[in-house]
Design a binder for this molecule. Structure first.
Ligand code: R5P
Length: 288
């Protein structure tokens, strides 16, 4: 077995290789003068099981091309099995034709990953579980929520509540909270008048309690910022924002902290300064 690190996931790939106890090959990635990607993975792949680790975060299109080239190269050089590990799966939120004529982008990405040579694929907390059904190869969606829960447990919070920003994310809150037997709930919107909507936890009172908001992804930060502001008004003490994928586009981290969150806690599916939890153990365990 050999782990190959794509340029978007160098640190995570090294952690996965360490957990699996196998060698690591760091792909050489540069550019041709005209801007095309050049990729080289200098290793004898014959009869190896190659694990290609590459998130397709920003710059998404470059990282995708690199992933396709690495999968195809490992196969072409004789790997007996090629596993794609795409910890953050870009384009996952364009999973429907919301307007006539739109590309269902994630479906195209699934086809291309498979066609490039993946024999199986692992990802983490993908936007919708159903996306995995686009693959004909074995496809596994892992979760980082237990790891996030274990990290939060070490913060020794006061009377903690784990909150999902909406009902769709409740399963994440439940999983993280289970690690330290905390209460969990989700933020529920109620329409008071035609112009006034209020938001509050569905069952629990957060006053004088520490709160951890958990979601799969923080992108612009809009969802979390709205939640932080409301929870502050409702008397929450320290508020933490936790997610699997710290996309954190356009100054989101600064805005979340300015809104009153104490800290943003994220994983290394996207390698960022907030990535304090590594998903390597769940990936290695699943591959094993
Ligand atoms: C929505 O379905 C997701 O779970 C996140 O809540 C959302 O993508 C976060 O986006 P933003 O940070 O831009 O509000």
């Amino acid at each position: 077995m050999i782990t190959v690190a794509g340029s978007a996931s160098g640190k995570l790939a090294a952690r996965v290789a360490k957990s699996l106890g196998c060698p690591l090959v760091k792909a050489e990635v540069t550019r041709f003068p005209d801007g095309e990607s050049y990729v080289r993975a200098d290793h004898d792949f014959r009869d190896e099981h190659a694990i290609i680790v590459q998130s397709t975060c920003y710059p998404q299109n470059d990282n995708l091309i690199e992933l396709f080239l690495l999968l195809d190269t490992a196969k072409d050089l004789g790997a007996k099995r090629v596993t794609a590990v795409v910890p953050y799966f870009g384009y996952a939120r364009q999973d429907k034709r919301f307007k006539p004529g739109e590309a269902v982008s994630v479906r195209t990405m699934c086809k291309l990953i498979e066609r490039a040579g993946a024999d199986d694929i692992f990802t983490v907390d993908i936007h919708e579980e159903e996306i995995m059904a686009n693959f004909a190869i074995p496809a596994y969606n892992l979760t980082a929520m237990s790891l996030i829960g274990r990290y939060v447990e070490r913060l020794d919070l006061r009377d903690p509540v784990v909150l999902a920003p909406d009902q769709g994310a409740l399963r994440h809150a439940k999983r993280a909270a289970a690690e330290f037997m905390a209460d969990y709930d989700y933020l529920y919107k109620t329409r008071q008048t035609s112009t006034r909507v209020t938001m509050r936890p569905k069952r629990l009172d957060v006053s004088r309690r520490d709160v951890v908001i958990v979601d799969d992804i923080i992108s612009t930060g809009g969802t979390v910022i709205e939640a932080v502001k409301i929870l502050k008004k409702q008397g929450a003490r320290d508020i933490y924002a936790a997610c699997t994928h710290p996309v954190l586009a356009g100054g989101a981290l600064r805005k979340i902290i300015a809104a009153g969150a104490r800290k943003v806690i994220a994983t290394d599916t996207i390698e960022h300064k907030t990535s304090v939890v590594s998903v390597a153990p769940v990936i290695a365990e699943a591959i094993r």
